[in-house]
Design a protein around this ligand. Structure first.
Ligand code: F3S
Length: 387
């Protein structure tokens, strides 16, 4: 891979050990994947934040780094709400370690809002055609598919390396050739709300890491696309998809002739749903947007939840919408930020979680050891209000 004289200097240690290591990681990836050069990025989104997932070894690695990020960089969800961790049932020892991780990132100049929906916080982090180094799989899918930006699914260390250098290796979804759809999915029936998560749950298993092109009978909102992409990235490894007439690059492929076509029937999506008696109802995977908080507030107005109910969102969205949060919390539901029901150890004390997200439905059993049932947003609220 070609390196500029300045990049050569960095890899030879001219800016110190941290930047040298970062450059070594980027060039190693570039060599493995056949990149020709490094390209500038607009922003980085860095996974490897929850103490539950990175543990002591991860904390030590981040703490040893010395330097400052070169581009706007933001963190993925942590293992707890950084303010209301006691309300989540997190113990003090975990909170102490989680705080050390956040402070270590902060000293590198990384923004410490911990969210998988950085696109709810600022339009400055990603625009159409921008190259990015984002980590969290649903954010990667959203950036590539809904925004039309370009990012591979980075690991925590490679995203942090890209943030420090301000560049990433030019391969994968940064290149036009890899953004062409490879499988057509026709979907029967009109979908709404969590149906898109159910669709993603099924479609991801079918297509693995290919690039699907959807023909839908209904027009999804941005939040519905968010649920579709998140679920496909969890049940499969889809990092980019197109929806005919909806996503920004779909028009390029109007005359594309698929080698393979799959049809998904409405009944297959309905089969993802189930009922049961959850002891935790959790919303916000990916983190809830303002319209989602509005919907939840409307459904909860004047009512009292009878079961533990969490809504996960970004600190930005929570702090900008105090009235919505007040209406939701008046019902007894809790709005948490900086974290989620999957990456926080707090959900492990429950036995059955009900979710409206195909991604959470996929991950909760394996990562939290908790049974999962999936329903629409309305069905989840009904369960929360049931004695
Ligand atoms: Fe976000 Fe946690 Fe879901 S990081 S996409 S809310 S698993």
């Amino acid at each position: 891979m070609y390196l500029t004289p300045e990049e050569e200097k960095i890899i030879n240690g001219g800016r110190g050990a941290t930047y040298q290591k970062a450059m070594e990681i980027l060039t190693a990836l570039g060599d493995i994947y056949g990149a020709d050069r490094l390209i500038p990025i607009r922003s980085a989104q860095i996974a490897g934040v929850s103490y539950k997932t990175i543990g002591e070894a991860g904390l030590e690695w981040i703490s040893d780094l010395k330097g400052k990020v070169a581009v706007p960089s933001i963190l993925n969800p942590a293992g707890m709400d950084m303010e209301c961790w006691q309300e989540m049932g997190i113990d003090r020892a975990f909170a102490q370690k989680q705080g050390e991780i956040i402070r270590a990132y902060e000293s590198l100049g990384v923004r410490t809002e911990c969210t998988c929906t950085p696109y709810h916080i600022s339009d400055n982090l990603a625009g159409f055609g921008d190259h990015l180094a984002w980590s969290e799989s649903s954010a990667v899918s959203y950036a590539n598919s809904v925004i039309g930006a370009r990012t591979n699914r980075e690991g925590g260390p490679s995203a942090l390396s890209a943030a420090l250098i301000g560049k990433t290796a030019n391969y994968g979804f940064h290149l036009d050739d890899n953004r062409v759809p490879t499988v057509l999915i026709k979907v029967e029936g009109k979908l709404r709300d969590s149906d898109y998560g159910a669709l993603g749950y099924i479609a991801g298993e079918m297509v693995g890491d290919r690039v699907p092109y959807f023909k839908l009978e209904s027009t999804p909102s941005k939040d519905e696309l968010k649920y579709l992409g998140a679920a496909m990235a969890a049940s499969g490894a889809v990092a980019l998809y197109h929806v005919e007439g909806v996503t920004p690059e779909s028009g390029k492929y109007k005359n594309w002739v698929p080698d393979e076509s799959i049809t998904i029937e409405e009944k297959q999506m309905k089969d993802v749903y189930s009922s049961g008696e959850p002891d935790l109802i959790a919303f916000g995977c990916p983190h809830s947007s303002v319209p989602e908080l509005e919907k939840l507030a409307q459904l909860l107005d004047g009512k009292t939840v009878k079961r533990e109910t969490w809504i996960c969102t970004s600190r930005f969205v929570r702090d900008k919408n105090p009235e919505l949060v007040r209406r939701i919390e008046k019902s007894g539901a809790k709005v948490f930020c900086d974290t989620c029901m999957v990456v926080s150890p707090a959900s492990e004390r429950f036995s059955c979680m009900m979710v409206n997200s195909g991604k959470a439905h996929k991950y909760v059993p394996n990562l939290c050891g908790v049974k999962s049932i999936m329903g629409s947003t309305e069905a989840c609220i009904e369960a929360a209000l049931r004695e």
